[in-house]
Write a protein that binds this ligand. Structure first.
Ligand code: SF4
Length: 96
């Protein structure tokens, strides 16, 4: 999907919750392009394969405070194109 541009300028691919007490919840030099759509990053479930700037705590918790990836407006298609991997994980875990 990343070669398509039909998402640009659409409400389903970008919005900002300017009333959020935490906006912008990650440091950015471009708050006007800060996307709130993936507030809870759907790539979190991909663990160390998410492609973002994460780290793990000593207890093994994945920490994303240093990652801006899902909040960058132009990254919308890059997040969406990973959904088949998330769907596959969900299928694999269905009877656990
Ligand atoms: S916020 Fe960044 S590091 Fe965390 S899961 Fe999403 S892409 Fe990965």
């Amino acid at each position: 999907m990343s070669d398509r541009d039909d998402w640009e300028g659409k409400g389903f691919s970008f919005f900002q919750n300017l009333k959020c007490e935490y906006f912008p919840c990650h440091k950015t030099s471009k708050p006007e392009d800060f996307n709130c759509l993936f507030c809870y990053c759907p790539l979190y479930t991909l663990g160390d394969k998410c492609g973002g700037n994460f780290r793990y705590s000593e207890k093994g918790t994945k920490i994303c405070t240093g990652c801006l990836f899902p909040h960058i407006r132009s990254n919308y298609p890059k997040v969406i194109e990973r959904y088949p991997e998330i769907k596959k994980l969900a299928s694999e875990n269905r009877n656990k």
